[in-house]
Structure formats: C-alpha cells, structure tokens
Design a protein around this ligand. Structure first.
Ligand code: AMP
Ligand code: GLY
Length: 463
C-alpha cells in the first residue's frame, strides 16, 4: 500500500474515468462544486472535452490510469463504467494511495457475474427472481420449462446491457443461451418479473448507504417497449407514482443487507450500488445490481441534485458518508431522452454528423450531454458510438420536463438517428400501476423518504 497523499481541507482534484453520457453528467455536476478545484476526464468524449481537459487512456489498463492520475495529481478518481471496475482499476488506484469512487474488483462481481449477485442475495435474504444457472442446452431447456413463458435468459458476464433476452419464444430463448455457451459462457435463466421497474442508486462507503432519488429507465429501443434491449433509451425522475415507503424498503431489504454481506465477506462495497428493481404483485424484487451509476438515469438524477457532488463522492471513497447526510433536490422533474445511432443496438453505424447541439442546448431548461461523440478533422461533432447523446429537460412536473426534453432533441439532426417519443409518457399520464403488494407504508415520517419527498432525502443506513 502506498501512503495516501493528504487531501487539502476544502478542495479536491478529480479525474473522471469513462466516455459516456453518464460521465458527461458527472463532469457537469462536479464542475459546479466549488470544492472541486481541478477536473479532468479520460478518455472523455466531444462534449466532455468542451468542458474539461481530456486525456487518452485505456480505461481498463490499471497501470495507465494510475500513471495518469499521478501525473495530474488527482486526489479522487471517479470510475464511471463497469469494465474498469471489474478489471480491478479501482484496486490499482487504491494501492497507489489514490482515493477512488467505485468498488474493488471483488465487490464489482455484483455486476460482473449475475450468478455471484444471486449468491450474495441468497446469503443476505434479498428478494429477487428465482433463477437457475445453465451451462448446456439440456440444462437451459429444463430451466426454461421449469419457469415457463415469458422466458428470461441472461448472459452471466458483462454484456453492456445487451446480454438479456426476454421473450415468449422458447426457440429464441434457447438460441440466446446457445450463443452464450458458444462464446464460452454460462447463462442464468430466471422467473419473469411483472411490474414497473425502478432504478435506485445508493452511494456507499463500505458501511453506510445513502439513496439518491429513484428513477425509471427505458430499456427497449422502440416506443411502447418494443424491440431489443439497449443500454437505456431514456429516463426520468422523481417517480411521483412510487409508493411512499419504497426507498426505505429498498434500503432495509436490499441495499443494507447487501452492504453487510459484502463487508462480512471482507469485500466491502464502496461506490454506487445500482439497485434495479421490479415492483411485482409479490413485492419488490431485485432484477439486477450494477456497481456504477446507470446510464441514462444519471443524466436525469444529477439534473435534480443540488447537494455538491464532489464532496459526496469523496466522502464515499474515504469511508465517511454520514448516514444523516441530507441531500437536497431541485423541485423540478427531469427527463432524459437518448439519441441513438442508426442500427443501434445490433450494429450501430457511426461517423454521421450531429447537428443542432448548440441550438438544443440553448433551449431553456435543456441540457445536452454527449455520449458516443467525437470530432472529425474539421472539428465537427460526429457519432462514434451506439448511444450518441442525451437531451435532458427540466420542468415543473413531468409534462413540462418532457416538453423541454423533446423541444431540445427535435433540434438535433443525425441521419438515421433514433429516439423514443414516449419517455416518461405513461408516468406523466398517471398510467403506471403499482401492484398492491409492492406498496407498503413508510418506515418513518414520509418527509424522510426520497420517493415521497422529492426535495430532501436523508435515510442513510449503516451496517
Ligand atoms: P438486466 O441486464 O439484468 O438488468 O436486464 C435487462 C432488462 O431485462 C431489465 O431491465 C428488465 O427490463 C429485463 N429483465 C431482466 N430480468 C428480468 C426478469 N426476471 N423478468 C422480467 N424482465 C427482466
Ligand atoms: N440504464 C441501465 C444501465 O445503466 O445499466
């Protein structure tokens, strides 16, 4: 272990690792925090590069990231994506004495292996879908028949949100399992969970967890939740329809037991535990854990967070989150709509010119956050990835926030670009139904609940 460099009181120099829309949102929020005196990103994207210096680096190469952080004098590295976390980049930085927001490789297995996540949930008595691991066609067929249709088949390893197939077609379910076997992996076959989904981010310092405002993500490529799964095509927050006790319940039944279980295994969890949940007729169930902020939920959630982000993330990294920390939120709703490249998610075609970003960003209460963007030889913005950017609209209530987000995205041009038109539409119209069993009364006064009171939330818990 190298000696930790003392962080001067009251300031911190931050390096954000990653190149997506989530990282652009993190950079935006960190840039607004007066506590953050230097801010760099690596490798970044065209939008991030307009705001802070970006450095080319292979984000999964621990030595290269440590060398860059040392050269920049970074006192906190915020690791955005899962791949460097699973690859142990956080461990390499910590060994070099640099504070990290993000878990160790051992703790990142909560996302890196769905089978491991299930094992932890079983040990911690956390409610989740029943599941079986299958390694052969026969095992897969048997598990599919045991759970019945709709079938849920998940690649056990990391798959950028695209390893999951949910289908009523048994042959398609088996074919996905066989694709995973051919690639050398195993699959998890699960019971289908019915009910609205919620993404809750919990900031963790190894012992204490503090929830952010819950959000909802839109996984499928097309309107009406049609088409294949993607990394996420849009998100909104807060969830006006969420049961009053939802955040308390997720903390009590999911986040706190998982934190305790990980600590007791000697692999305490530091960073953000993304709890992907379904509110089913039999109560809340964990759909998945991620070990990093969600994309594009972060773009919406951080648009509402008033509490300075830099000190929060440093406190998490240093094991000193205060469970009574009161987070402050803007009164508004936020809606993020993703613009994806043509051909996304199967085979995105990159290189297209992206026009109108400045016009979109000039709309009131609209922010444009880049994801898969770069610049051509003339410095013009082009698409370099499947998800190209997100337009975030803020407004008094979901209708207003949607109106802003769509006013922004309509100004942007990308040949063949795709976006959904129904982000937050059902919630704005009051059409989301929560099964009765998923709604239980709040543990404490409703004012302490991040779901019920969108403006302040306390509610940290310590294991
Ligand atoms: P995951 O990568 O595990 O988050 O799965 C991606 C998406 O697939 C989820 O957000 C859900 O929309 C869907 N999904 C995953 N597991 C299930 C399940 N057991 N039942 C229903 N839908 C699921
Ligand atoms: N929006 C889903 C994810 O970040 O995994």
């Amino acid at each position: 272990m190298g000696a930790a460099a003392p962080v001067p009181l009251g300031t911190v120099k931050v390096l954000v690792l990653g190149s997506g829309g989530r990282e652009h949102a993190l950079v935006r929020s960190l840039a607004e925090d007066p506590f953050v005196t230097a801010l760099h990103a690596a490798p970044g994207n065209a939008g991030i590069a307009q705001e802070v210096p970006c450095h080319p680096v292979d984000a999964v190469d621990g030595d290269a990231v440590v060398a860059l952080a040392a050269e920049l004098g970074s006192e906190l590295v915020v690791i955005g994506p899962e791949a460097p976390l699973v690859a142990g980049v956080g461990d390499a930085l910590r060994e070099a004495g640099i504070a990290v927001f993000g878990p160790s490789a051992a703790a990142a297995r909560l996302e890196g292996s769905k089978a491991f996540a299930k094992e932890v949930m079983a040990a911690a008595n956390v409610p989740t879908a029943m599941a079986r691991v299958a390694a052969t066609r026969e095992e897969a067929a048997e598990a599919l028949d045991a759970f019945g249709s709709p079938y849920v088949v998940k690649d056990d390893g990391l798959a950028a949100g695209k390893g999951v197939v949910v289908t009523e077609d048994r042959d398609a379910a088996l074919a996905h399992a066989e694709d995973c076997f051919r690639a050398g992996g195993t699959v998890l076959i699960e019971e289908y969970l019915r009910g609205p989904e919620v993404s809750l981010f919990v900031l963790c310092d190894g012992r204490t967890g503090i929830p952010l405002s819950p959000a909802q993500d839109f996984k499928r490529i097309h309107d009406g939740d049609e088409g294949p799964n993607t990394g996420g095509m849009g998100a909104y927050t807060p969830l006006d329809w969420a049961p009053a006790g939802l955040v308390d319940e997720v903390m009590d039944r999911v986040a706190t037991p998982v934190l305790a279980e990980m600590a007791s295994r000697g692999t305490p969890f530091t960073g953000v535990l993304y709890c992907g949940l379904a509110l089913t007729p039999r109560g809340i169930r964990v759909v998945e854990f991620n070990v990093r902020f969600g994309d594009p939920e972060t773009q919406a959630v951080l648009a509402r967070l008033k509490t300075p982000l830099g000190s929060l993330l440093l406190d998490a990294a240093k094991g000193r989150l205060d469970e009574d920390e009161q987070l402050h939120w803007r009164h508004e709703s936020a809606v993020a709509v993703v613009l994806a490249a043509p051909g996304y998610p199967a085979s995105p075609r990159t290189g297209g010119r992206v026009r109108g970003v400045r016009k979109a960003a000039a709309e009131p209460d609209v922010t444009v956050l880049h994801a898969g963007t770069g610049t051509d030889e003339n410095g013009r913005v082009i698409a370099t990835g499947g998800r190209v950017l997100a337009v975030v609209g803020r407004g008094d209530g979901l209708d207003a926030a949607r109106e802003r987000a769509y006013a922004g995205i309509e100004r942007i041009r990308l040949d063949g670009g795709q976006y959904r038109h129904d982000i937050a539409a059902a919630a704005a119209a009051g059409r989301i139904e929560v099964p009765a069993a998923a709604a239980r009364p709040p543990r404490t006064a409703p004012a302490s609940n991040a779901g019920a009171d969108p403006v302040t939330s306390t509610m940290g818990t310590t294991v």
